[in-house]
Write a protein that binds this ligand. Structure first.
Ligand SMILES: Cc1cc2nc3c(=O)[nH]c(=O)nc-3n(C[C@H](O)[C@H](O)[C@H](O)COP(=O)(O)O)c2cc1C
Length: 456
């Protein structure tokens, strides 16, 4: 199998510049820097590289939106926030092959004519900082970074910034706010970052894995990249595999690779005696797949979309038949409720309500038409927020309940009769109690039907 991103990361000395260069590091930069920025953009556009940060937007097209203006030179921001649950492949790249990422940032910066790039690293990834700092210092000492790169006349510097420890800091406009020293509230678009981004300048935000593909694309050419993968999804994908699987870890597979094959071969199968129940294929922000769906899906943008889900970040979480889906949803919903930044009302209030409802189902204290109510809240969040966090929070709720409905219905059927009359309580248990007053608001505005009416 072609390895584009992980070919050298297994060598322990790959973090050192000399060893990395012996294996070809910075050959792509040396070539790109002799080409015009427009030619580099053309090459990347032809390669059909699509963003690996979650949305899969074509990288060359994104760069093409920038209009160069010498009075307002652009910035390139490398997004290493990696807060999506179940995702740890950017960490792997930065830990094992930092020069590949640095080279990718430099090529990207050359393409968009930026002389300053930022590497925004998740606040919790402190253990990576010595490796990255050393790699940057080595590159700078060798003239690969900083003024007059490889005597080309081009200058690009990279500054490392550690994130603020919040999921929202990975959202591109939240990231910019955070980088400007402010609270990471996402920005309303337009203006789009390509027009007005970080510090008011045109800005491109790219994911670590996206940029790490660039050295290979420049060295081998767009057509070689397109030859790997499928027609719509070129190249490979780094997958973070975790959950009920014998060999969790980061694996690189060509786009179009069978998900089942990944579980059985790379992942070494499920624990003995266990059966596959479900897989979240792209971080918790995408709809879950049932075991039957997993059997027919491949790892690429189009197959995932056809199956009603998304490739997302490629954070794949495996559930076997020992897992309670309502409990998993409880953990996931709690994550979104605590990580909602609070800027948009539907997300701020709605994620808390969804968390509270799932928590009281789990606590054995369902109220009225709770499943119906969950769906209504989800529908009222989706598409009504500035950034994608609200939409992300909705996907697991909707897909878990609709695909594993009997497990949720069983919680209601087996619940002890409520000690409090319908709609009079303030929630149950410490988690629901926290949202009590917020739910009161919801209660006032919602009709009480008494009977479940959900249509998931
Ligand atoms: C709530 C939220 C969190 C995000 N977190 C990340 C992240 O940690 N890393 C990342 O690369 N993209 C993240 N994204 C996507 C970014 O906004 C952006 O689309 C991406 O960095 C663009 O890079 P790409 O085009 O190379 O994929 C997040 C989006 C949302 C809505």
């Amino acid at each position: 199998m072609t390895k584009i991103l992980s070919e050298n990361g297994a060598f322990p000395d790959q973090v050192l510049l000399a060893a990395a260069r012996e294996r070809g590091a910075y050959a792509g930069l040396r070539q790109a820097i002799t080409e015009s920025p427009q030619d580099v953009i053309l090459e990347v556009t032809e390669s059909n590289l699509r963003g690996r940060g979650g949305a899969g937007f074509p990288t060359g097209r994104k760069w093409g939106f920038l209009r160069f203006d010498s009075n307002r030179p652009p910035y390139l921001l490398c997004n290493a926030d990696e807060s999506e649950p179940g995702t740890f492949k950017d960490h792997w790249l930065l830990e094992h092959d930092p020069h590949q990422v640095i080279e990718g940032i430099l090529i990207g910066a050359h393409a968009i004519q930026a002389s300053q790039a930022y590497l925004y690293i998740r606040g919790e990834y402190t253990s990576l900082l010595p490796t990255i700092t050393r790699a940057l210092e080595e590159a700078r000492a060798e003239g690969l970074l900083g003024p007059d790169i490889l005597q080309s006349g081009r200058s690009v510097d990279i500054t490392v910034v550690t994130g603020a420890g919040a999921y929202i800091c990975g959202e591109e406009t939240g990231l910019m706010e955070s980088l400007e020293g402010k609270r990471a509230y996402p920005r309303v678009r337009p203006p789009f970052p390509a027009v007005r981004g970080f510090a008011g300048r045109p800005t491109v935000v790219n994911n670590v894995e996206t940029l790490a593909n660039l050295p290979w694309i420049i060295r081998h050419g767009a057509q070689a990249f397109r030859a790997v993968g499928t027609s719509d999804s070129s190249g490979t994908k780094l997958v973070s595999l975790s959950g009920c699987i014998n060999r969790p870890g980061v694996y690189e597979v060509p786009m179009g690779y069978s998900l089942m094959q990944l579980l059985e071969e790379e992942g070494g199968g499920l624990p003995p005696g266990r059966h596959l129940k479900a897989v979240i294929p792209g971080g918790t922000s995408v709809p879950v797949l049932t075991a039957d769906e997993v059997r027919s899906v491949t790892i690429d943008f189009e197959s995932m979309r056809a199956a009603g889900t998304l490739l997302g970040s490629g954070g794949m979480i495996v559930f076997d038949d020992s897992v309670s889906m309502p409990q998993m949803l409880g953990a996931i919903s709690h994550f979104y409720a605590t990580e909602s930044c609070g800027e948009c009302t539907p997300c701020r209030e709605g994620t808390g309500w969804m968390d509270a409802i799932v928590a009281r189902l789990l606590d054995g204290h369902p109220q009225g038409d709770d499943l119906d109510r969950l769906l209504r809240i989800a529908n009222n969040i989706e598409g009504r927020t500035i950034c994608g966090l609200g939409d992300a929070a909705v996907q697991p709720v909707r897909s878990f309940v609709s695909k594993f409905l009997p497990e949720f219905e069983a919680l209601i059927q087996n619940a002890a009769p409520s000690e409090q009359p319908e709609w009079q309580g303030h929630g149950h248990g410490p988690r629901t109690a926290r949202y009590g007053p917020l739910e009161d608001e919801a209660r006032r505005s919602e009709p009480v039907t008494g009977q479940p009416t959900y249509r998931w």
